[in-house]
Design a protein around this ligand. Structure first.
Ligand SMILES: *Cc1c(COP(=O)(O)O)cnc(C)c1O
Length: 389
């Protein structure tokens, strides 16, 4: 089938306008029409109606984390997710503290870069591109390094798509009496993460991942006593989480200009999250997307980077075919012409690409994607998808 004959994807779940591509990327992602429409009015940053929306989303996020008292605070912060990670690390780790960073991809590595900027001491367990940190290794490191105060773990390491063993590691960290900082950026909202199951001290996520909002802010859910003890730790005026929280508690407003449209879109996205059945409902849809994707890709001859038990319902890494006609840029363009944007790989050793399962897509759209992939491969003259040995 030529490009011109390829049928235009029908909008699923009210997703993109006709002709707009589906974003099969780990955020920004395809949002619903209702979420986009929520952005059609302007809001005063000091206005009571807008402040009510801010209060609602903070409350909604705490509820999603299973917080039903004032033991934790939710602090939204302008900027992309990394801004919130940076603010969280500066707040949670004392200036004379020391972190253990569990690293198996780009986002764990980024945490160490942030700590370098902050001048915080750390050690790292680097598992390379895709191996999970093991609870026993963490226990050994904590026993050998009693001066470590806090452990940082990425829940879903989006650079490979691995879902790291958070619960087992959380148990080890708590048994050693250390602080636990979780980057749940790409998992919160679609993989259960509640304070009764995972006694984290700090959890960071952002608007444009599994809750399906648009970019504009991140948020930190943090043990309130820890936040209150953090005075003087922040290295940056605009990333001072304690100041942001105190100002918000006092006035109901954001400390500096809020991303108003992103906030109202997020409120709409949260309503839809609840309507879908909350974390459970979203996890079911994404898991189904992932299952249809992985089995369809395997039928085409592709191989996943990870064994099934490590696959997240968020994003999947596939090895690029070794076929001489396969070239990622061309593959990307052919899929874009068929209304799908995929994501390049981030592995240091092997050629790969990634496909996201999150956003306003369902198995019907994944089936269309699989047909588009088969079609693109045919046009490129790639007749086998075996990766290099
Ligand atoms: C998206 C993401 C971030 C934040 O990235 P930004 O580009 O700053 O939004 C951090 N950690 C993980 C695991 C992510 O997936």
């Amino acid at each position: 089938m030529s490009k011109a004959e390829f049928p235009i994807a029908r909008p699923a779940l009210n997703a993109p306008a006709l002709g707009e591509p589906y974003l099969l990327t780990p955020g920004p992602l395809t949002t619903s029409l209702a979420t986009k429409q929520a952005m059609l009015s302007d809001w005063g940053s000091w206005d009571a109606d807008f402040n009510r929306i801010t209060a609602e989303i903070r409350q909604g996020l705490l509820a999603m984390a299973g917080v039903h008292d004032d033991s934790y605070a939710c602090v939204p912060l302008q900027g992309s997710g990394t801004f919130a990670v940076e603010a969280a690390l500066a707040t949670a780790i004392a200036r004379d503290g020391k972190a253990l960073v569990l690293m198996n991809g780009a986002y764990g590595k980024r945490a160490t870069q942030i700590l370098d900027y902050l001048g915080r001491d750390y050690i790292a367990l680097d598992k390379g591109d895709y191996l999970p940190p093991q609870p026993e290794e963490v226990a050994e490191l904590l026993a050998a390094n009693p001066d470590v105060t806090d452990v940082f773990l990425v829940h879903c390491e989006t650079s490979s798509g691995i879902l790291n063993p958070l619960r087992e590691i959380a148990d080890v960290v708590k048994a050693h009496g250390k602080g636990l900082i979780v980057d749940a950026m790409s998992s919160f909202g679609a993989v259960p993460l509640t304070v009764d199951e995972i006694p984290f001290d700090v959890m960071v996520s952002s608007a444009n991942k599994c809750i399906e909002g648009i970019p504009g802010f991140g948020f930190v859910i943090i043990r309130r006593t820890l936040l209150e003890q953090s005075k003087g730790r922040a290295h940056s005026l605009s990333l001072d989480l304690l100041e942001q929280w105190q100002y918000m508690e006092r006035t109901g407003q954001w400390r500096f200009t809020p991303p108003t449209h992103s906030v109202v879109a997020f409120r709409k996205a949260l309503e839809q999250h609840v309507a879908e059945g909350g974390v459970t409902g979203r996890q079911m849809r994404y898991t189904n997307n992932r299952n249809v994707l992985v089995s369809g890709m395997r039928d085409l001859g592709f191989q996943t980077l990870l064994e099934d038990r490590w696959l997240s319902p968020i994003i999947t890494t596939f090895f690029s075919p070794a076929h001489p006609n396969f070239e990622f840029k061309r593959f990307y363009d052919e899929l874009k012409a068929r209304q799908f944007l995929i994501y390049p790989g981030k592995l240091t050793t092997a050629e790969s690409f990634r496909i996201g399962c999150i956003g306003q897509i369902d198995e019907r759209i994944v089936a269309q994607l699989l047909r588009a992939i088969a079609d693109a491969l045919a046009v490129m003259g790639v007749d086998t998808c075996q990766p290099a040995a």
